[in-house]
Design a protein. Sequence first.
Length: 151
Amino acid sequence: MAKFVYRMQNILELKQKIEEQEKANFGMATARFNEEQRKLRELMIKQAGYEKQLRDLSVGEINIKEIKTCKNAITSVKVALREQMIELSKAQKAMENARKRLNDVMMERKMHEKLREHAFEEFLDEMDYEESKVTDELVSYSYFNSEKEEG
């Protein structure tokens, strides 16, 4: 029996390898996005802590130096928050781009798998046709031989 050989198998394998690379890239982009989100949350918690500390310093005995230090800390955290939001936005765009590339590569791989399946179906049809042809030849041969023996 003939063996099925897909003539574009190397392209399919290349598409599968590229997909694996894009999956890894997407995983790294997602991890970076999650890390940037974590940093943003930490800065927000830090800001809330400084704001609480400022409220506490404003009650009772007032220490101007500590209040100024706390306000400066709040200002620097706000600057860090803005910068972190920019980093988060960059990470989100990178993650979305990685997702899009992964989807594109997956569609290409699936298309090549469909082409392979179609080629395999054609191969099976061809094998069925060849088998049918051989069967017909055997039946014809047997029929003519039986007529010669009778006649």
